[in-house]
Design a protein around this ligand. Structure first.
Ligand code: PLP
Length: 464
């Protein structure tokens, strides 16, 4: 019998082991360890309680890549990206990715036959770091100019709309810059030149313009703001840069609307960030910032580091990180090319429009944005509904969908919306299933007349 058990591996079966009869280690470091397979099983079982990334319509972040990319990820995650001296090939691949990003964004001298020098920019851990680096560069440039002219340089300000992601306010607070925030209005959730002009003065380090806002997926008036800043330059001699936040919309617009000049084709645009882990179609952990040219980064911000062997230039807020995301972005670029990206983005837009039509056909919603530029469907319940979007999203959650419900920023906070971000993995079939689940949820809420809730549910930690 003992022999049989041994052959079957019963004595060391995972779920019969001592560790499966005890609580998971959580308070302090356990004195002794456990079998590798047991540790892995324990963690995997707990992770099952996470939501399913494929059903997460809240996030713009890529939940799926091809098996070949998965393999590359596994093979490159132990390479420390920052160690250029030991891993020079990673660095060369990084520069190729930056060159291709600059080409996509029409940085001067980096695309087509004009290509004549390496593009200027860097990969980051996401758009937040990219935005901080860009705005820091603009702050330093502004300060240097003021100091050279013998002018006061203690009160920098930054202009952006209430439609920005929180990282813009984070930058202002962390780096001591006055945030001049343009409040939104009910019915108008983006900003234009008429909002920006009254806020501009000689201490403005930059104006933020969003392509694909977090809240409604719309674009700020990039052309109008560019024209305004050109006029101000001519009339007052103030050369104020635009930073374009293309975290969510940059990759989509570049391929679905190549003829629209929202990028470095606009004179005042000096820097652009995108999240490669969104519509760059790479797993989480990668964004990038691209500058118009080298003159946009003050040399004091670029560190020359020699303690990893050899000399290397570094412009980042963090230091060590895996090389895998950069490699994966390169994989996608050479795997899909411009034609492939265009096809993928066009398909995503078509599925988003289809979903939008299906949801509007239920005759219960008003559309806030018309999926013109970003595959995001943002809806509010029609006036007079007995329940809120918060309750609707809670019922959808029971079916496994993660759908965010939120109020818009000031002064449009009276509007509560739900948002569905359509990504590559969101097929026509998933759109059908989602629409059916919404229809059923609406019917159930109509019948139940639930307790009214006007706030999102508080996030509960599952184990503490
Ligand atoms: C417009 C915009 N900017 C910045 C960010 C921050 O991006 P990341 O998560 O890559 O740091 C987001 C995130 O969704 C965004 O939508």
């Amino acid at each position: 019998m003992h022999k049989v058990n041994q052959r079957l591996g019963v004595t060391d079966a995972l779920y019969a082991s001592r560790h499966m009869l005890e609580h998971a280690p959580s308070a302090g470091l356990p004195e002794t360890g456990m079998e590798a397979r047991t540790a892995q099983r324990l963690i995997l079982d707990e992770l099952n309680l996470n939501g399913n990334p494929s059903l997460n319509t809240a996030s713009f972040v890529t939940p799926w890549m091809e098996p070949e990319a998965d393999e590359l990820m596994l093979k490159t995650s132990s390479i420390n990206f920052i160690d250029f001296h030991e891993y020079p090939v990673t660095q060369a691949i990084h520069q190729r990715v930056i060159n291709m990003m600059a080409d996509i964004l029409h940085a001067p001298g980096t695309h087509g036959a004009e290509q004549n020098h390496p593009a200027v920019g860097t990969s980051t851990i996401g758009s937040s770091e990219a935005i901080m680096l860009a705005l820091l560069a603009h702050k330093w440039t502004w300060r240097k100019q003021r100091q050279e002219q013998g002018l006061d340089s203690h009160k920098p300000n930054l202009i952006f709309g209430g439609d920005v992601h929180s990282c813009w306010e984070k930058f202002a607070r962390y780096f001591d810059v006055e945030a001049r925030v343009i409040p939104l209005k009910v019915g108008n959730y983006t900003i234009g030149p008429e909002d920006v002009e009254p806020l501009i003065d000689e201490n403005t380090i930059a104006v933020g313009v969003v392509i694909g806002t977090t809240f409604t997926g719309q674009n700020d008036d990039f052309a109008g703001i560019n024209e305004l800043l050109i006029r101000i330059k001519a009339e007052h001699g103030l050369d104020i840069p635009i930073h374009i936040d293309g975290a969510s919309g940059g990759f989509v617009m570049a391929f679905t609307h190549p003829q629209v000049a929202w990028d470095f084709r606009l004179e005042q645009v000096r820097s652009i960030n995108v999240s490669n882990h969104k519509y760059g179609l790479v797993y989480p952990g990668m964004g990038s910032v691209i500058f118009r040219d080298a003159s946009c980064i003050p040399e004091e911000l670029v560190f020359n580091i020699n303690y990893l062997g050899g000399e290397m230039l570094n412009y980042s807020l963090n230091f060590s990180k895996p090389a895998s995301q950069v490699v994966l972005q390169y994989y996608n670029f050479i795997r899909f090319g411009r034609v492939g990206y265009t096809r993928i983005m066009t398909s995503i837009m078509r599925n988003a429009r289809y979903l939008e039509e299906r949801l509007l056909a239920l005759d219960r919603f008003e559309l806030l944005t018309d999926t013109a530029y970003l595959p995001v469907v943002v809806l509010k319940l029609k006036d007079g509904c007995a329940f809120t979007v918060y309750q609707l999203c809670e019922v959808l959650h029971e079916r496994g969908w993660a759908v965010p419900a939120y109020s818009l920023p000031p002064a449009a906070e009276s509007i509560a919306v739900m948002r569905v971000v359509v990504k590559e993995n969101f097929s026509r079939d998933m759109a059908d299933m989602f629409a059916i689940n919404v229809e059923n949820a609406l019917a159930r809420l109509d019948e139940d007349q639930p307790r009214r809730r006007d706030q999102p549910a508080k996030l509960e930690h599952p184990f503490c």
